[in-house]
Design a protein around this ligand. Structure first.
Ligand code: FPP
Ligand code: MG
Ligand code: MG
Length: 348
């Protein structure tokens, strides 16, 4: 019944596979250099493995697409069984998580962060040099896993994602220096930095299941809009959250001179805020002044509305998938839609 469907927790639907993937990630980073191994394992240890948001999305997407859009008579060109397809999709979820964690290890060095997931970040525990190498190591392992899939298109997609991650980070860094930054550039940067990984790995899940181009585009659109909503909320929480609730420091963006959606909307209401931002945030009084403007503006509210808009677009991509009577497929689609609500209300 619909009532039961609404009560399913998206994470519990894929819990078994998530722990399988967790085990494999821990195994995969056990190499000969003990120091590097412990650094790389750091993020996959039980308890600090994070929300596993991306693997959850990808496994649910795999289940949500588990319906043939091709005529029965057309076999998979490599004659893969559904079990093989699922294993390859699990591998895709592992690759995505490794790329994500690699980017976080580098990010914490760039941001000079001291806390991540409620514990001291790796750069604090082991220093910047080992953190960068640990990130490189994970990225390399992701590449090895990716090439083992022997899928040219998926390989190209994920290589482009890594390029996007770096592009987004550079855009953010240079815009900080130039102090010129509009809403359009912010959204473009946000796509590169966050949404591209989720969007293209969702697309890869569809491609690995030999789905049609139309279905692959819907999977991509889901990931793209979910990712944009996710980062918008992340940027809002940087203002509204606390160290305890976030597991990382709040107000970090403004202290790094990074201008995000709430401030950009506040500038539209109070153009004099731009002048304050141009002065930089080395002076604590300037930070307070900017926060004061933000507080009396509708900046936070408008950023939430934008996140809700993208969450809605993600949900409608799922609703546009070809119809199905398969109960499991329907439950997974429902869970993907539920995730769009959870992202904007952050119960995760
Ligand atoms: C977190 O943003 C950072 C990212 C989403 C991407 C970081 C990408 C790089 C450092 C480029 C290098 C990439 C690879 C694959 C090695 P944030 O700082 O706004 O979030 P936070 O508050 O969680 O730190
Ligand atoms: Mg950071
Ligand atoms: Mg950063």
């Amino acid at each position: 019944s619909p009532l039961v469907l609404e009560q399913v927790n998206p994470y519990s639907l894929v819990a078994d596979e998530l722990s399988l993937i967790g085990n494999r990630l821990r195994e995969m980073v056990a190499v000969e250099v003990p120091k590097l191994a412990s650094a790389a394992e750091y993020f996959f240890e039980l308890g600090v493995e994070g929300k596993r948001f991306r693997p959850t999305v990808l496994l649910l997407m795999a289940s949500a697409l588990h319906v043939s859009t091709l005529p029965e008579s057309v076999p998979d060109d490599l004659n893969r069984s559904p079990i093989d397809v699922r294993k390859r999709q699990q591998c895709m979820a592992e690759i995505t998580e490794m790329i994500h964690v690699a980017s976080l290890l580098h990010d914490d060095v760039l941001d000079d962060a001291d806390t991540r997931r409620g514990v001291p970040s790796l750069n604090v525990r082991m220093g910047n040099k080992l953190s960068v190498l640990a990130g490189d190591f994970l990225l390399s392992r992701a590449c090895v896993a990716l090439s083992s899939l022997k899928d040219f298109e998926v390989g190209t997609l994920m290589a482009t994602v890594v390029e996007h991650l770096v592009t987004g980070e550079i855009m953010q860094m240079t815009s900080t220096l130039q102090r010129r930054y509009g809403m359009d550039q912010y959204m473009e940067k946000t796509y590169y930095k966050t949404a591209s990984l989720i969007a293209n790995s969702c697309k890869a899940i569809a491609l690995l299941a030999n789905q049609s181009t139309e279905v692959a585009v819907l999977a991509y659109n889901y990931g793209r809009n979910l990712g944009l909503a996710f980062q918008l909320i992340d940027d809002i929480l940087d203002f509204t959250g606390s160290l305890d609730s976030l597991g990382k420091a709040s107000l970090s963006d403004i202290h790094l001179g990074v201008v995000t959606a709430p401030i950009l909307f506040a500038i539209q209401e109070y153009p004099q805020l731009e002048e304050i931002i141009n002065r930089g945030f080395d002076d604590a009084a300037n930070v307070d002044l900017a926060l004061e403007y933000l507080r009396k503006s509708r900046g936070i509210q408008r950023a939430i509305e934008l996140a809700i808009e993208h969450a809605g677009l993600a949900a409608s991509a799922i609703d546009s998938l070809p119809g199905t009577d398969d109960e499991n497929v329907r439950i997974s689609r429902r869970a993907l839609v539920d995730l769009t609500h959870m992202v904007v209300t952050r119960i995760i």
